[in-house]
Design a protein around this ligand. Structure first.
Ligand code: F6R
Length: 251
């Protein structure tokens, strides 16, 4: 595990975008796993800039999003489908047929989850998975106490997650309480992982994730076992981590 501590959110976004861009340049038909939420917004802006100014080419890229709200129409401005189009897809030359986001409106959820897993498999697996982290240590929407084994499944969101997500909705009652999410097992199958976190409200989650016991109560702690993970945090998030700045390793 490599941990980069950067000055601020701006540097975090630039560094994350450079890593994603390197992946795309090394393998132009990479399969990317994408996250939504506030954390990757700056990285998506940087990637759009690289597309416009440096001809970063998305035409052969395939993408799989981590999650989508259950029973929220994809055209709803709060859906993760809308988020992805607004914040990345409509600004780059991605082939729309190569974009995969769970369909939260499929009434047969089991079928939808299986279909999603099958599509990931058909694509040859995820080359680089981007992750944010919840204050409670969730990745994707794998909340504390879920078993580590899960593949893509329907999740009941924690109150803390619903409260955190409510900042994007007019009313707390409008916030979906369920989502379809890749499972921990799906995430762990990715060949490379890039975990991003900024701000002091993520400090405890990151400390528990990187240095705590590996347990389902801190879903992200399983990432300690992933063979190829890069973590980028800002100074506020890193406040209680001991990092050897020479090799960017935890000490
Ligand atoms: C988003 C996702 C979530 C978020 C997490 C952090 O697709 O799967 O795990 O990454 O809730 O959200 P932000 O970045 O808004 O703090």
């Amino acid at each position: 595990m490599r941990v980069y501590v950067v000055e601020d959110y701006d540097r975090l976004s630039k560094k994350a975008a450079q890593i994603v861009a390197s992946q795309i340049r090394l393998n132009p038909s990479s399969v990317l796993g994408l996250a939504t939420g506030s954390t990757p917004l700056g990285m998506y802006k940087e990637l759009i800039k690289m597309h416009k100014e440096e001809e970063l080419d998305f035409s052969e890229i395939k993408t799989f999003n981590l999650d989508e709200y259950y029973m929220l129409n994809k055209d709803n401005p709060q859906s993760y489908h809308s988020y992805m189009y607004e914040n990345l897809f409509k600004h780059v030359n991605i082939n729309r047929k190569k974009i995969y986001i769970p369909n939260g409106m499929n009434e047969n959820i089991e079928e939808e989850c299986l279909r999603y897993e099958r599509e990931i498999e058909k694509a040859g697996g995820i080359d680089l998975q981007i992750l944010g982290i919840g204050r409670n240590g969730h990745i994707g929407f794998n909340e504390p106490d879920l078993k580590f084994e899960a593949l893509t499944h329907l999740v009941q969101l924690d109150d803390d997650t619903i409260n955190a997500n409510s900042r994007f909705f007019q009313d707390l009652d409008d916030v979906p309480t369920k989502a379809i999410s890749m499972g921990i097992k799906t995430i762990m199958h990715s060949r490379k992982i890039l975990l991003l976190a900024n701000g002091k409200e993520k400090a405890v989650a990151i400390k528990n994730t990187l240095t705590g016991e590996i347990k389902p109560e801190v879903p992200a702690s399983i990432l300690q076992l992933h063979p190829d993970i890069v973590v980028i945090v800002d100074k506020e998030t890193a406040q209680s981590l001991n990092i050897d700045r020479n090799c960017n390793k935890l000490v």
